[in-house]
Design a protein. Structure first.
Lengths: 394, 394
């Protein structure tokens, strides 16, 4: 893995005995000099304790650390769960020498089991001692069923030269957006770190805008987590972003992280961009793209590399959005497999089958000549998903 | 299989070479003396040609035959598909000596391929010749990925003594209701035949009422078909139903057919009734029960016989219905695995695991003390579903 650094942040990842199968499971991001912060969180009514506490603490707009454990979600754990989130951030805050209110907690793993706070307390000093400018161990410590760490980096212009935006995410299952009143919802743990300078309100606006078309437009299994959290922190070591520069960088990094999560979907072999065009509005196109992207029959056909366009069209037809099926055109890669709502023949399907061998490809479903357009990222669903989820807790 | 008969109806099922793998694939129900009829159909915008034609013809309120083929859905086939539905009902009408407008077409199978009308024409005479009072061959000829035929029978009181209600259904995949404005949607091919006497409008009202809590409350994979059709035919050989008797019989037969379809869900090993209670209204309870029943994480946990109640609660939390997670109680069979939103311990989970070995069992998710209550039938999702659907067309 390439090593990425971003000025003003240190990282650590260690094994604290939280995961049943062992391995790195406790991570820390430290911004000892302080950072402005913004966050978006799951809209699931069942919110894990760390989400509640993290959401509260983010309101202050400043943070000095993010404490993440994998292997245990600390969700459905009631008041003892909240206390566990407070206690573990307290003990790490002491080791770091910062105010506990500036330590943001995140958890991911099994639901309904109490967090082993004692193990985290015992490892707090080692965790702080492990801090370094390199994010490698941290990016591994936050993983659960993920097969690979997800780290993306870019640069953008500020008033004082180039700044970096580093994105680190985990997410492979229980991943699906659920928009409420236009507010985006984070669908994974994702940390976006920049050395640029920006007030927390600007960070919040930029984060919401970017999430809506990236994190909120990807799905592995349609299940929205109790623990989804996206945090954007700015250390302020560089200048203020040039107009639109931070937004563009966020869009790029969040889009790639979302694609990596779909690519790493539990058991998945492909990530697929489903683009719906020709509807009356982007919102309608989004609705249809979401239904297609979460259709089990579509996802199993993607797994089987079967250009079964009838399933794509049937899924579109149940999305509750008006269109004329007789005008439908479906392209898999460049292969036009359906025109005017009907099959185009075996040659196009053979070309589509070839496209569907790729790790990443696109499908375009055109349903009219309206201006509405949206792209949603999904993955195939096969035996690996069943294997991971039929016995996750055992 | 027990042989069922119902006065005024004859049945046939033969092999016409429509299914790639061979076997019975052409079925006929004949009511040569005529029958009153009502139907409910898929609300999918992408409607198969036979659904369009069947819907039109049902409006007359009378029918003399139902022609069903399996192996080809005649969906996404444009005007040639409509012509194929007209042609095949025409040729069978001729063989039967009835008006083609009184022959109702249904198809189920692969989407996007033209119906082999010539094969059906060649077999029309043999199909009519095979008619007999026994439904066994018909109930097999309509199957696709089903592992077993679905036939349910009951009796009810009429003004002239007992009448029979016979239900015959197919359905294992692409099964999911999609209610629109309170109108129920059929989610499979299902034929309900009675020898009682009733006008078509009374049949329609009774069918809609029964479908809403039975067919429309079961799901295999969340995918609504392009071909769903439920027909209720009454030959009138017996008297008029006593008050409420037909409704009760329909409720019983449709509920059992829905449960059989969930039980026969592609690759499924369990059918599970998910009952949600304690919400403000039945509609809210239905919404939550539907989301839980179609959650991939829930369905794979059912497959793994894992009493992972956190997934049930997390699915409820994303349903868009208000409740207090801290009051949630979850029972698997009689085992209380979650109380006040938290785990009750390993003993209850062990008892729940024992319950989850059964072919059929119930789960109750209680989310408050409101009067709202709804039961939805689902099934587990495992490797069999992937096997069936990753290579369905090959």
């Amino acid at each position: 893995m390439t090593t990425y650094q971003v000025d003003g942040f240190e990282f650590a990842g260690i094994a604290a005995g939280i995961k049943k199968r062992g391995g790195l499971d406790l991570g820390l991001i430290a911004a000892r000099g302080g950072a402005k912060v913004a966050g978006v969180f799951t809209q699931n009514l069942v919110r894990a304790a760390p989400v509640t506490l993290c959401h509260q603490r983010v309101q202050a707009g400043e943070a000095r650390a993010v404490l993440v454990n994998s292997g245990n979600a600390n969700a459905c754990t009631g008041e003892p769960g909240l206390q566990a989130a407070r206690d573990t951030t307290q003990v790490v805050a002491s080791a770091l020498g910062v105010d506990p209110a500036q330590v943001l907690p995140c958890s991911t793993g099994v639901i309904g089991q109490l967090l082993p706070t004692q193990r985290i307390a015992e490892h707090a000093a080692a965790l702080v001692q492990a801090l370094s400018p390199e994010a490698d161990a941290f990016s591994e410590a936050i993983l659960t069923t993920d097969r690979f760490p997800k780290v993306v980096s870019t640069t953008f212009d500020t008033t004082l030269g180039p700044a970096r935006l580093l994105g680190i995410a985990k997410g492979a299952g229980m991943i699906h957006p659920q928009l409420m009143d236009g507010l985006p919802q984070a669908t994974m743990l994702s940390y976006l770190l920049t050395d640029a300078q920006a007030p927390s309100e600007a960070l919040r606006r930029a984060l919401i805008a970017a999430s809506k078309h990236t994190f909120d437009a990807c799905s592995v299994d349609g299940d929205t987590s109790t623990n989804d959290t996206v945090l954007l922190l700015a250390s302020g070591r560089r200048g203020e972003p040039r107009a639109g520069a931070l937004e563009a960088a966020l869009d790029e990094v969040c889009r790639e992280l979302a694609r990596l999560m779909a690519r790493d979907g539990e058991g998945a072999e492909h990530s697929v961009d489903i683009t719906v065009t020709g509807l009356a509005s982007d919102a309608e196109a989004r609705q249809v793209a979401t239904v297609i992207s979460t259709s089990l029959l579509v996802k199993t056909a993607l797994f089987g590399r079967d250009p079964n366009w009838g399933r794509l069209l049937a899924a579109a037809g149940r999305a509750g959005v008006p269109f004329d099926p007789a005008r439908a055109r479906i392209q898999i890669g460049e292969a036009l497999v359906c025109d005017q709502g009907m099959a185009t023949g075996g040659d196009a399907e053979a070309r589509a089958t070839a496209v569907m061998q790729a790790e990443h490809y696109g499908i375009t479903v055109s349903l009219g000549d309206g201006p509405g357009r949206f792209t949603y990222t999904t993955c195939d669903l096969g035996h690996g998903y069943v294997d991971v989820n039929a016995g996750y807790r055992s």
